[in-house]
Ligand binder design. Structure first.
Ligand SMILES: Nc1nc2c(c(=O)[nH]1)N[C@H]1C(S)=C(S)[C@@H](COP(=O)(O)OP(=O)(O)OC[C@H]3O[C@@H](n4cnc5c(N)ncnc54)[C@H](O)[C@@H]3O)O[C@H]1N2
Ligand code: MOO
Length: 429
C-alpha cells in the first residue's frame, strides 16, 4: 500500500523552503560584466551630477544684466570673446557686454548666468571682431543646468540587492565603478530522470520523448540569475542514482531533479532522499500543476524534486526555486511580482487546488489583461512558450469567467516582490 501524501498549502510550502534560503558571497566583476547581476553594495553618489554648472544648449553664455535693455527695436550687441566646447574650461571672467560661444555640456564661464540658444542670436563681424546680438532680455538662470540638479552628493541611488539593469549600468559608470561588487551566482545543478528521455539530437523512437525540462530549467535558472551545471540523466539503477546525486551535491549549491517524484515503480527520488539521509520538507502541495513538487534538505543544502510534467516542472521552479536563487543573489524581493488583472477568457475547469495557469498578460487601454496560454494540462509543453505570467486561481468548485479580477504573477519582471500571500486560498473567498 502506497503511503497517502498530505497536501500542504502553497504559502506553507514557500515558507518551509525559504527557511533554507541563503545568501551567496560577494565578488568584484568588471563593469562590462555587471549587467544582469545583483549589486552587493548600495550605490552612494560621491559627487554631484552634474559636477559643475553646464550648458544644456549650443549658444552664447552672457550676463543676464547685460540683456535687460534688449528688444526687437533695440537689439543689444555682445563682443564674442571666446569659445568653449564640452570637456574644456573657460578660465577668464566674462565681463560687461561680452559673450562666450558655448556648446552643449560645456561648463558655464565665470560671470555668466544665462545661455542664449544659438537660434535666438544674430552674429556678424566688424574689423575682424566677432559680435552677437539679441533682441530680448533673459532672466538669470535661463538655460543653466545646475551642479547637483540631477544627483546630490551623498544620495543613495540604488539599494543593495538590486538587479543591475541598463540604467544601473549608467549610474555605475557615472560614479566610476570600474569593478562592481556583486553577489556570486549560486550554482544550480540539474538532473533529469526517466528512461523515456532522449536528448534533443537523438531521433524519436516509439514510446520515447525528448528531454525538454532540463533545457527549460537551465533557461529558468539563468533567467533567475544563477549558474547552471547539467549532470545529464539518472540511470535506472538505484545505487548508481544515489552515487550520481551524491557527486552532484558536492559541486552545486542547490540540486534540481525533474521527474521520478510521484508514486510510480520507477519514481526513485523518495528512495534517493532516504538513502542520502535528506529530510523531506514536503512531497505534496495543494496546487495544480506541480502538486507532486517535493523538496528535501541535507545539511542545509536544498534538493528540489520537480515534476516530470513540463508545465508542473515550470511552475514548481518559479514558485520555489526562483526565490532561493534570488535570495542567494542578494535580492530582498525574491518572489514573482503580483499584479491584479482582468481574466481575458473563461477558465471553466473546476479544481479543489489552487491553480497556476500559464498566461499571456498585456495592457489594453491601461488595464492588465491575462489570457490563458492554451493547452492547460500539467503535461503541456506548448503553452509555456507564450506565457509571461501565471494566473492564480484559488481552488473551488466553480470556474472563472472572462472579465473577473484575478491575481497574476509576472514571470519576466526583474525586480521581484515579497511573498504576496499569507494564504492564497483565503484571500479570494
Ligand atoms: N497514481 C498516481 N499517479 C500520478 C500521480 C499521483 O498522485 N498518483 N500524480 C500525477 C501528477 S499530478 C504528476 S505531475 C505526475 C508527476 O510525476 P513525476 O514527477 O514522478 O514524473 P514522471 O512520472 O517521471 O514523469 C511525468 C511525465 O513527464 C514526462 N517527463 C519526465 N521527464 C521529462 C523531461 N525531462 N522532459 C519532458 N518530459 C518529461 C514523463 O515522460 C511523463 O509523461 O505523476 C502523475 N501520476
Ligand atoms: O503535480 Mo501534477 O502537476 O499536479 O499534474
Amino acid at each position: 500500500m502506497v503511503e497517502k501524501r498530505q497536501p500542504i498549502p502553497v504559502a506553507e510550502a514557500v515558507h518551509r523552503v525559504m527557511d533554507y534560503a541563503f545568501q551567496a558571497k560577494k565578488e568584484l566583476v568588471p563593469l562590462t560584466h555587471a549587467h544582469g547581476r545583483f549589486i552587493a553594495e548600495a550605490i552612494r553618489a560621491d559627487h554631484d551630477v552634474p559636477a559643475f554648472d553646464r550648458s544644456p544648449y549650443d549658444g552664447y553664455a552672457i550676463r543676464s544684466i547685460d540683456s535687460r535693455e534688449a528688444s526687437s527695436q533695440q537689439p543689444v550687441r555682445f563682443q564674442v570673446v571666446g569659445e568653449i566646447g564640452a570637456g574644456y574650461v573657460y578660465d577668464e571672467v566674462v565681463g560687461e557686454r561680452q559673450a562666450v560661444r558655448i556648446m552643449t555640456g560645456a561648463p558655464i564661464p565665470q560671470g555668466c548666468d544665462v545661455v542664449v540658444m544659438l537660434e535666438l542670436t544674430y552674429t556678424f563681424e566688424e574689423n575682424d571682431q566677432k559680435y552677437m546680438s539679441i533682441k530680448r532680455s533673459f532672466e538669470a538662470g535661463t538655460n543653466i543646468s545646475y551642479k547637483g540638479e540631477d544627483v546630490q552628493q551623498g544620495a543613495i541611488l540604488i539599494e543593495r540587492g538590486q538587479y543591475i539593469n541598463p540604467g544601473v549600468m549608467a549610474l555605475l559608470a557615472t560614479f566610476g565603478y570600474e569593478q562592481v561588487p556583486v553577489y556570486r551566482r549560486p550554482v544550480i545543478g540539474v538532473i533529469a530522470t526517466g528512461s523515456e528521455l532522449l536528448e534533443p539530437g537523438e531521433p524519436l523512437q516509439p514510446g520515447k520523448i525528448r528531454n525538454s525540462n532540463a533545457y527549460m530549467m537551465m533557461a529558468q535558472i539563468e533567467r533567475a540569475g544563477a549558474e547552471v551545471k547539467y549532470f545529464g540523466k539518472l540511470s535506472d539503477d538505484l545505487n548508481l542514482c544515489i552515487e550520481h546525486v551524491e557527486k552532484a551535491l558536492q559541486e552545486v549549491d542547490v540540486l534540481i531533479t525533474t521527474g521520478g517524484v510521484s508514486v510510480g515503480d520507477y519514481d526513485y527520488l523518495p528512495a534517493i532522499y532516504e538513502a542520502i539521509d535528506a529530510k523531506v520538507l514536503f512531497n505534496k502541495i495543494a496546487m495544480r500543476p506541480g502538486s507532486v513538487t517535493t523538496v528535501a534538505a541535507r545539511r542545509g543544502q536544498l534538493l528540489f524534486g520537480l515534476s516530470g510534467n513540463p508545465s508542473a516542472c515550470y511552475v514548481g521552479f518559479e514558485l520555489f526555486v526562483r526565490p532561493i536563487i534570488r535570495t542567494a543573489c542578494g535580492n530582498q524581493k525574491p518572489h514573482l511580482r503580483r499584479e491584479q488583472a482582468i481574466l481575458g477568457a473563461d477558465f471553466t475547469k473546476p479544481n479543489p487546488f489552487t491553480r497556476f495557469v500559464r498566461a499571456s498578460a498585456y495592457y489594453e487601454k491601461g488595464q492588465l489583461v491575462a489570457v490563458p496560454s492554451g493547452f492547460d494540462k500539467s503535461s503541456a509543453v506548448s503553452s509555456l512558450a507564450t506565457a509571461n505570467a501565471l494566473i492564480v486561481l484559488p481552488g473551488g468548485s466553480r470556474g472563472y469567467e472572462k472579465g473577473m479580477s484575478v491575481a497574476v504573477l509576472l514571470l519576466e519582471d526583474k525586480q521581484g516582490s515579497e511573498w504576496p500571500w499569507d494564504k492564497i486560498e483565503k484571500s479570494y473567498r
